[in-house]
Design a protein around this ligand. Structure first.
Ligand code: FDA
Length: 310
């Protein structure tokens, strides 16, 4: 119930203003968001890499309604990749980028798909020049087909382009089967958007079971699974499945969000697993933060307590 309500207010501008104006908010937001600027993102990336974690960076923003904004997002990624490269952070998979096609213009009318794809192409070429990779985030279920079709087009030139799949969607087991081929980088997450019963499991246990079914397909397949979850049970199951499939440590990775279970991130990295942190940055942090609160009441409590104590 709390989750549904919070997801419902994720576009509420009044709440956003309250959060922005509270004096301590920015500090609390920093637990989950690296900062507003490219130097902030590069600095926090460097800190994570120093502790044997890899990073995927998301320049925050979604649902672009204006071509200039989509171009500005593309240019922000180009600036980010250049800064990462200059800091020596694009080598050996240390830092890559995650993209939302909606932020690159996917909803800009009839030409939206082509605009987003063109912008993504420019970013993929810059990533290739810098020696790193790109992963496409997955948004609400209406974008799954267009995102997978953009993935197929991008992979013609850059086969290393990855994509997130959401275990809560009924269709995802089949998508995993279709995409578990050699070289295919697939990030499996539970799914963060409010979705109708007709397309997605609603019950947490059903989502977890679906996650395990999808994970098995990916781990037993030929691709490169990126296991994106903080769930201790699923991390444990994934560890058993990769051992059973005799996967080398460099043939899969765990992924977690910035600020969530940092001790577990360090434990997995220390145990020899690849551990990649999803690092969001930018001024458009509000929708992202509300989704994190919707997932876990403790995040909300932490946030509200910090507002009340200042
Ligand atoms: P869930 O939220 O069910 O939590 C399970 C358990 O994990 C909890 O019971 C607790 O034990 C532990 N846990 C969770 N949060 C914790 C916290 N703050 N502190 C301590 N323990 C905690 N979604 C999407 O729709 N599209 C996308 O492209 C992506 N991309 C993406 C990338 C990466 C790298 C990650 C990690 C996640 C995403 N997501 C996403 C978000 C994802 O779909 C999902 O909403 C969140 O990861 C939360 O789900 P969990 O698997 O962590 O389990």
């Amino acid at each position: 119930m709390m989750r549904q309500t919070l997801l419902g207010v994720s576009r509420n501008t009044t709440l956003r203003q309250v959060i922005e104006q509270a004096p301590v908010s920015r500090d609390v937001v920093r637990r989950f968001v690296a900062g507003d600027s490219t130097p902030d993102a590069v600095r926090v990336t460097g800190e994570l890499v120093d502790t044997h974690r890899q990073v995927t960076i998301d320049y925050l923003g979604e649902d672009t309604t204006d071509p200039a904004q989509a171009e500005a997002t593309r240019d922000a990624y180009l600036g980010l990749i250049a800064a990462l490269s200059e800091a020596g952070l694009t080598q050996n998979g240390a830092a890559e980028v995650s993209l939302k096609l909606s932020a690159l213009g996917q909803f800009l009318g009839r030409d939206g798909h082509a605009i987003a794809l063109d912008n993504a192409r420019v970013i993929c070429q810059a990533a290739a020049n810098a020696g790193t990779t790109v992963t496409l985030d997955m948004e609400d279920h209406t974008t799954t087909d267009p995102t997978l079709s953009a993935l197929a087009e991008l992979r013609q030139d850059w086969p290393w382009v990855g994509v997130a799949l959401q275990a809560y969607l009924h269709r995802t087991e089949q998508d995993c089967r279709d995409l578990a081929h050699e070289g295919s980088r697939i990030r499996l997450c539970k799914g963060a958007y409010k979705q109708p019963e007709s397309v997605a499991f609603q019950d947490k246990d059903d989502v977890d079971k679906a996650y395990v079914r999808c994970l098995k397909i990916l781990v037993e397949g030929q691709g490169y699974p990126m296991i994106a979850t903080h769930d201790p049970r699923l991390v444990e199951i994934a560890s058993v499945l990769v051992a059973k499939a005799q996967r080398d440590a460099d043939s899969y990775e765990f992924q977690m969000l910035l600020g969530i279970r940092p001790d577990e991130q360090l434990r997995l990295a220390g145990a020899g697993s690849r551990m990649r942190v999803y690092l969001p940055y930018g001024e458009d942090w509000y929708g992202y933060l509300v989704r994190r609160m919707a997932e876990r009441p403790a995040n909300l409590t932490f946030f509200l307590r910090s507002l009340a104590t200042k």
